[in-house]
Design a protein around this ligand. Sequence first.
Ligand code: GLN
Ligand code: ZN
Length: 778
Amino acid sequence: MLTHNLGYPRIGVERQLKKIVESYWKGEIEKKKLVQSTKQLRVEHWARQKEAGIDLVPSNDFSLYDQVLDTAMLVGAIPDRFQDLLGGEDDKGQGYPIDTYFAMARGIQDDAHDLSAMEMTKWFNTNYHYIVPEFTADQEFKPISTKIFDEYEEAKSKGIITKPVLIGPVSFLLLGKEKNNADNFHRLDLLEKLLPVYQNILSRLQQIGAEWVQIEEPFLSLDLDNKIKNAFEVAYRKLAENRTPLKLLLTTYFEGLGDNLDLTCGLPVEGLHIDLVEAPNQLDSVLKNIGDSTNLSLGLIDGRNIWKTDLEQAVGVIMRTKKVIGSDRLLIGPSSSLLHCPIDLEKETDEKTLPVEVKRWMAFADQKLEELALLKKIVAKDLTDQERSKVREHQTDLANKQNSTLVHNPDVQQRMENLDEDILHRNSPYKQRRRKQQKHLNLPEQFPTTTIGSFPQTKEVRQWRADYRKGHLSQKEYEKKIKGATKDLIHKQDKLGLDLLVHGEFERNDMVEYFGEHFSGFAFTQNGWVQSYGTRGVKPPIIYGDVNRPEAITVKWSTYAQSKTDKPVKGMLTGPVTILQWSFPRDDQPRSDTAKQIALAIRDEVSDLEEAGISAIQIDEPAFREGLPLRRIDWDHYLTWAVDAFRLASTVVDDRTQIHTHMCYSEFNDIIEHIARLDADVISMETSRSQMELLDAFVDFDYPNAIGPGVYDIHSPRVPSTEEMVALLEKAVNVLPPEQMWVNPDCGLKTRGWEETLPSLKNMVRAAIKMREKLSKV
Ligand code: GLN
Ligand code: ZN
């Protein structure tokens, strides 16, 4: 039995990759230095994995930006607009044209060029974002990048024989998008052209001595139509030709094989990796169906969460498998690449944000690799005394977690048990509520204006927060400054003539972290960075126990803002699904239970805000759609508990208190009935980039409550004109009754500067007034 890893986090334990790449972008270091330093990082990562006791270490899992972009470079899928950049002297000698590569990822704007970046989207149901390959009907492929070979040789020269990682041909095509698609071609039609390039790559890997290639086809865990199923058969039959002795480890993750089991087990490959963390139940059916000589890799260690593995249970799974297929064909590894985990738990030393006891229940990438090595030794009965006591301690930690008072809060559990259905409903239907709210909030009958919550977070504001954190500012001084900014903003909004004001969120650095810090059951890391895209990282909070809100969080800021104006001020909260989705969740209870607990905590805040005189409350759920399971069959279950969580958070209020929600860019067509079931009085979302197309779902569904389709894109500093926004609103009014509409930007303004924010909002308010005038004339 071998231990192997599917992928190691590439950012570096000190976030070296970010520093190196960004200094290259800024022109602070030469390309040679970029190449050297990133090579050093790879070598360090290989060594760490070897030292941890991993038999088969991956290569080509490293990337300067993104592994899908690497694959596009590997097979020469370079969109036309970047072709001119290729071949510059400067780009040569690196294995691939690095400047073109970065231009594809980030776009390029200089004297000679103005090329837009390739699109980016979420990697399955993770928070990692990949670059979406672009394909045209006349697409040609030719190998360009030698990165995969170079990295294999690099490791070999250090005495480490690696397993190159390669995204499989079918998944690569499916990850991309058709462009200029007048002829309506399907990207899978390009498979025939792509396969020779893959054959070429594999034969070269074979030539340089690779034994295993980890060929990833994550789409095998998704719902597939016949065209796709057929593509898999065609592709792997082709890749089996003249391919000895090189072995393919067909790699799946994030879900079970489900109804693709027969298809997958029938493909001519030498090994199969399955995710037994997300889909533990698939083991038996895989064991029944797997070929007599096929190797099986068990994904036993959670590649996406930060909890210790129950070694005893994992050993049980290994033994069960061994009984059926023996140990010669057996591999054990993490469920997926460790890309989605922070690197080293030992770096966490702040007991205030991460209690010692909680830390004992956790494992980051390095610790997970140690777990794998231990598992192998337990199975081989090869433990030293020291290792034996380590295992014992490990299991004791997990047992302690089960009984810890840090995890279990009887009050929260009592409250969960006593919940009944009634609590999920507002007192009256929307139409009646609307009348009362209109009066109570004194809003214009048509096109009321508002914003999504945050306002420019200037350097100054961020400095106050940092100083406060470090203790350079006392709480009193800090609050005085934040209040000053809030008061100033209220005046600005009054002057602009906005109808429903906000306090500006100056006290928050992050919409999830801020609430997590005030809830019990949450911990934070100093160094727990996970790559989000390119050089960007996030540090998700850790939910380890029952969630509770010991005291009011936002009430003082909202009431302060309200005291400075006669207009209504909107309270601003983050929704339960988004808080759950952007944190590392508990693994000892269903996500739905954790969402419910968070919802109750938010409900308490909603109730306190209302009591303190706040008459409109927004509960943001930008991650609502992200939480959708990969398989359709699981959608209803998720949507039911996710909507219920929102309702649990929001339904506590009186009819005349207005509940808003906000969702950013989201496809609504296939979930619109559930959006309606949220029963928010007002929903705002991003629509300007799609020219209001996203509204269609609401119109077709006859969505009953109010809608605030974003009228300007907050991602760019551009100031939109009144006319543009009037044009968008007219488009919307053609399909929606004006009484149903709000006027607001696409999203929060925290990344914008004041220079563009004020004129943009001025134009927006004017656009709303113009619309009111126009309609009163008719
Ligand atoms: N209220 C938040 C803000 O304005 C919403 C952010 C979001 O949708 N991601 O920043
Ligand atoms: Zn948003």
